[in-house]
Design a protein around this ligand. Structure first.
Ligand code: ZN
Length: 73
């Protein structure tokens, strides 16, 4: 798999990323496995990972302004 942005090499990386769930709501997911381009730094989140992220985000209280969650529950 190569970077869709520049065609560079992607490497596996565990990181923390913020996701906006609503206009005022941000969820930071820690320990997220992503692919990062070694050339331009672009992140790619695989479909299976994104599905789990969607599931995690769907369980978050919309009234929460900021929540920090772990990818590995
Ligand atoms: Zn790239």
């Amino acid at each position: 798999m190569t970077c869709h942005n520049c065609g560079g090499e992607l490497e596996n990386l565990i990181t923390d990323l913020p996701f906006k769930t609503d206009c005022d709501s941000i969820v930071i997911i820690k320990g997220l496995p992503v692919l990062q381009c070694t050339n331009c730094g672009e992140y790619v989140i695989e479909d299976t990972v994104m599905e789990k992220v969607d599931h995690i985000l769907s369980g978050v209280d919309k009234a929460t302004e900021l929540e920090v969650l772990s990818y590995v529950a």
